[in-house]
Design a protein around this ligand. Structure first.
Ligand SMILES: [Zn+2]
Length: 305
């Protein structure tokens, strides 16, 4: 029996917009998938689009849906990240994807924290008032307000997520943040050239600061010809990060329900078992598999106490 921690999904948004519950198996992540494992902790993100007129309200609505589903299905809402080690259960962590939900007001950080949010990806692919995103045209990095956001997140012990950050934003955040950072759903650029994947020097910097990166299963982050993506592609990205020294810095960050398709042979969260089997076939030691499936994130989260 295995324990899984996954650092990114958009399932809460899908559940809200389609008025369905976590027991609905049309989602890539469902209760049945989670229950397949001994324990399963999922980070549920609330993404808000650039065109959203009321980003804060939209984020709260998405996360309220997540909370309702946690309650209905006996999932633990994880509020103390340092407790994860003893949480041998099924549960969820709340996150924001794109700090535009803060609506430019630093006080909203405390409000989201009080609501239960413990992790924030500062941008999506476009620029906002906090950082430049991965698809930026004019990479100006962390803004003045962004620096305040990073410091306040450090003070509140919230996890800063650098997935979707531009190059300059990534390096600015690492310089300003007192805490190690998470790349919740990003792969290796050397294995699939994509603006959302991390370059080797970024992966090495994450390792140096004690951060973690969640391997994403989006086919277009795995293979430049996305139709060729398989479980083997996921292994290739993991192998590459390991070759850079990321044994203690890798975890899973699927992007379930934020993507339209999955690699061949990997249809839902239950198929993590197939990925684990593939790692065994590659002679990954059991201890390393445990680190990637959950122990690395647990160790990382202890820094947020
Ligand atoms: Zn994303």
């Amino acid at each position: 029996m295995y324990s899984i921690i996954d650092t990114h999904c958009d399932t809460a948004e899908k559940m809200l917009d389609n008025d369905i519950g976590l027991n609905n198996e049309t989602c890539m992540l469902s209760l049945g998938d989670m229950n397949y494992f001994e324990s399963y902790i999922q980070v549920f993100a609330a993404w808000v689009s650039k065109g959203e007129k009321n980003p804060k309200t939209r984020a709260i609505n998405i996360l309220t849906k997540a909370k309702e589903e946690f309650k209905k299905n006996n999932l633990k809402l994880i509020l103390n990240l340092d407790e994860l080690e003893s949480v041998k259960t099924h549960g969820g962590i709340l996150a924001l994807e794109d700090a535009r939900s803060l609506e430019g007001d630093i006080n909203n950080l405390q409000e989201f924290y009080d609501f239960g949010v413990r992790c924030i990806a500062l941008a999506w692919n476009d620029d906002n008032d906090v950082i430049s995103g991965a698809n930026t045209k004019n990479d100006t990095g962390l803004t003045y307000f962004g620096r305040q956001v990073v410091s306040e997140m450090n003070r509140l012990n919230m996890i800063i997520d650098v997935s979707h950050a531009s190059q300059k934003s990534f390096w600015d955040i690492l310089e300003v943040s007192d805490s190690p950072v998470l790349a919740s759903h990003s792969n290796c650029c050397s294995q699939c050239r994509h603006v959302r994947n991390l370059k080797d020097d970024q992966i090495k910097a994450l390792i140096r600061c004690g951060g973690v990166m969640g391997i994403n299963i989006a086919p277009f982050f795995l293979e430049e010809n996305e139709h060729k993506a398989t479980i083997k592609s996921v292994i290739r990205h993991i192998d590459h990060a390991l070759s850079l020294g990321a044994e203690n810095n890798l975890c899973f960050g699927s992007d379930f329900d934020g993507i339209d398709s999955t690699p061949n042979g990997f249809n839902s969260a239950k198929d993590y078992i197939k990925l684990i089997d593939a790692m065994k076939k590659e002679n990954y030691p059991e201890e390393l598999i445990d680190k990637i499936t959950h122990k690395n994130f647990i160790k990382f989260s202890k820094k947020f106490t």
